[in-house]
Design a protein around this ligand. Sequence first.
Ligand SMILES: Cc1cc2nc3c(=O)[nH]c(=O)nc-3n(C[C@H](O)[C@H](O)[C@H](O)COP(=O)(O)O)c2cc1C
Length: 431
Amino acid sequence: MIEQTLSLPCGHTLANRLCKAATTEGLADPKGRATAAHQRLYSTWAKGGAAMLLSGNIMIDRRYLERAGNVVVEDGSGIDALNAWAEAAHVGDSQLWAQISHPGRQCPRLVNLTPLAPSPVQLAVAGNFGKPRAATETDIQDIIARFARTAGVLKDAGFDGVQIHAAHGYLLSQFLSPRTNRRTDRWGGTLANRASLLLEVVRAVRADVGADYPISVKLNSSDFVQGGFTLEECIQVVGWLSEAGIDLLEVSGGTYEQLEFFKAHDPDEIRDSTRQREVMFLKYAASIKVAANMPVMVTGGFRTLAGMEAALQQGQTDLIGLARPFCLDPDLPARMLAGTLAALPVPEDRLVLGKGWWGPNSTSSTMRAFNNQAQAGWYYHQIERLGDGLAPQPELSPWRALLGHFRRDFGRAMARKRAWSQRPQAADLAS
Ligand SMILES: Cc1cc2nc3c(=O)[nH]c(=O)nc-3n(C[C@H](O)[C@H](O)[C@H](O)COP(=O)(O)O)c2cc1C
């Protein structure tokens, strides 16, 4: 089954069923433009034979990033670099889709001390996030227009599709959740009101890119936090997205408060959790698919060919989304399609800082956050190496990964601040 093509409602066809899910790169220049490292990274992945490569978060507003080092697309000023990126990824049958995103309150202090969110509900994770201000009606109209403009520029730059990020606790996901959306106007309260920003964004993007251009939405099956977005609500929103007309739904789950899609596990619990991880959101996908009139991609935990084939054959998903495995095995699709690779390594099982107070089950929420950051930093390091044209470095220790990640993120944030505080250079005015 993984070798079968898949037709999308807009008329596009994907060459097989294996896709690289979004992985934030952190490789942009200080002004948020794509670089030669993006070209090397995605050309390496494209040579691996995936049907579709999703970019990491591409931000619609340079004031609000998921992390310094994100690509930002607000207008056509960086289009040459985007075009070079898209061309580099067009090797073989691979398509390059852009994930477009606004972080909402999940914007670190190093980027902005006062993020923008549905309501002033602060994210308490390791003191890393400032208290957000509530978006005004003008901000909300600006956000809708920005999503559409960013999608239009990426289409012009040669990207094959866009994905609107409405999962993982980012801005659109915050609007969906009653835990973070406390508004009493038309954007808050009932589920219909909370979902209206996502649906308005889909409409605006569709109006900009046209009927024959692929649009995907990444949505949480559940936030997995008390008072958050639930599976029942997800199923209703998927019904509305079906009416709105999108081409692919990606199913994930969790937010920064509960990193369900990407959290460190205590090594002692791994044996049990390994089996569960293989089907991380699959058990929800069956009920979500009933409401979906578009193909569905489930991402999170697929690690064996047998597990992928079974999920496709049982109709639980139409596409297999994989993120972490691509950072170590960029050519995994070719080898799985050839039948020479049956199981992917699971390095995340040992990417913890320790056990007990040091471990992922620590009573300290800061230590839990550090363990998750160590894992993230480890994968960022592998992505950077691929971007530099180097082989991955699986022996890297989680402690080194954590320290390297903090150091590089701080350096990038300072470089960004310097770049935007300088007077415009002749090169910037010309571009
Ligand atoms: C290094 C890294 C960066 C990620 N960046 C993004 C991102 O930019 N956008 C997104 O939606 N998910 C992001 N994710 C989550 C993945 O897309 C995926 O949902 C998650 O890793 C689970 O899939 P996996 O088990 O195949 O890794 C990232 C994951 C990793 C490991």
